[in-house]
Design a binder for this molecule. Structure first.
Ligand SMILES: *Cc1c(COP(=O)(O)O)cnc(C)c1O
Length: 407
């Protein structure tokens, strides 16, 4: 450190050593801000720890921290108190041993994969997974010598048949985008475990308020924090939750590839998390009500929602999701452009999900545009398909908006 500046030479003059040494203004300014750590009371809301490094009183304390004997923080990329607080909260909500937060949902998913997979390993995954997850599995993991098989995860025999002696991981999404198929997590866990493999579940669309994959056998659970966990389209991050050893492996990857969550985003997510239960109850209730009404609407060709008896997996969904299905549903209409235009100003077209306000997306032109037209149609993604992320607005207002746009 170079604390000595030209202006404090008098202070270091040996002839003035009897007088109390007075720091220069430059030094006072640089060292100002003695920590006002509260002792007799604590802040009700955790502060944002916007410090990239932590100081230790002496080498013994540093050693105790480094050796893991004390719960110490060192450097922002390793961990921040805000990140730890969020990790504990999410592990409690997902009912897992541990959780590691990441800079994005994709950072979390990548770390979950790279933590358990090595060159020569094989992964089986649902062909419906989130577009960037699909691209990661199709384009990037094979470059590292990891083999990937895409299957229809609703076909349990096909899943089982896709396993190889080197299969290490099966990856699915609890509820898929945009047609809301439901992963049979208990059976998938049985299949994976029977083959000596692990099951990882992207639980972003459901949230732990309506489904907790680890309670049904999943070893790893991932989320994009910007969706339901934070809930207001203001925070960004991801999380891997699950068995402690698997989370530790993912955390090691996050540290080394540099994908840890920011203190601010972790803090913002904590603010949203406090209302997760209340929000999800409202999202689930509104989405179910809209699905019930629109399935009988003459202008709506199809409604995709697991709470409808017309959903091909209604019984499985009903048994796995006793508290509702969250806020996502899709509908098919004849004239999507006209419908979107008529809803504008009430329900905006915005290519994300899980906000407290309702939003609409068009999978054909956004999430699934990288697929060929044939592949999109084969998966049920048509130009008339619209995906709703149903918010927490009053249901009568939402139904009014939809009726008007469909009139
Ligand atoms: C958004 C999303 C992701 C990716 O998360 P990011 O935070 O955008 O990186 C992964 N899976 C699903 C199901 C998502 O909706």
């Amino acid at each position: 450190m170079s604390d000595q500046t030209a202006s404090n030479q008098t202070a270091s003059d040996p002839t003035s050593s009897n007088r109390p040494r007075k720091d220069s203004l430059t030094t006072i300014a640089a060292r100002a801000g003695e920590l006002a750590t509260p002792v007799f009371s604590t802040p009700l809301v955790e502060p944002i720890y916007q410090s990239t490094v932590y100081a230790f009183p002496d080498l013994d304390a540093l050693e105790a921290g480094m050796a893991g004997q004390q719960d110490a923080y060192f450097y922002y990329r390793n961990a921040t108190p805000n990140g730890t607080t969020l990790e504990r909260a999410i592990a409690a909500l997902e009912n897992t041993e541990a959780a590691a937060c990441a800079a994005s949902g994709m950072a979390a998913i990548s770390a979950a994969f790279l933590g358990v997979l090595a060159a020569g390993d094989h992964i089986v995954t649902d062909e419906r997974v989130y577009g960037v997850t699909y691209a990661l599995l199709r384009d990037e993991l094979p470059r590292l010598g990891i083999e990937v098989s895409f299957v229809d995860a609703l076909d349990l025999e096909a899943v089982d048949a896709a396993f190889q002696p080197n299969t290490r991981l099966l990856h699915v999404e609890s509820l898929t985008n945009p047609l809301m198929t439901v992963a049979d997590v208990p059976r998938l866990a049985e299949i994976a475990h029977g083959r000596g493999a692990l099951l990882s579940v992207d639980n972003t669309f459901a949230s732990p308020a309506v489904f907790r994959p680890a309670e049904h056998g999943a070893d790893l659970v991932t989320h994009s924090l910007s969706k339901y966990l934070s809930g207001h389209s203001t925070a960004f991050g991801g999380v891997v939750a699950g068995r402690a050893d698997l989370v530790a492996a993912a955390r090691r990857i996050l540290l080394r590839l540099g994908g840890t969550v920011s203190a601010f985003d972790a803090w913002m997510t904590m603010q949203g998390l406090k209302t997760l239960g209340l929000r999800m109850r409202a999202h689930s209730g509104n989405a179910q009500a809209i699905a019930d009404v629109l399935q009988n609407h003459p202008r709506v060709k199809r409604v995709y929602h697991p709470g409808l008896e017309s959903h091909p997996q209604f019984r499985l969904a009903d048994s796995l999701y006793p508290d509702g299905f969250g806020g996502m549903l899709s509908i098919e209409v004849d004239d999507a452009p006209q419908f979107v235009k008529r809803l504008a100003g009430r329900i905006p077209l915005a290519p994300s999900l899980a906000d407290v306000v309702s939003t609409l997306s068009h999978p054909w032109s956004t999430s699934h545009r990288a697929l060929s037209e044939d592949d999109r149609r084969r998966l049920g993604i048509t130009p008339g398909l619209l995906r709703f992320s149903v918010g927490i607005e009053d249901i009568s207002d939402l139904l009014g908006d939809l009726e008007e746009a469909l009139a």
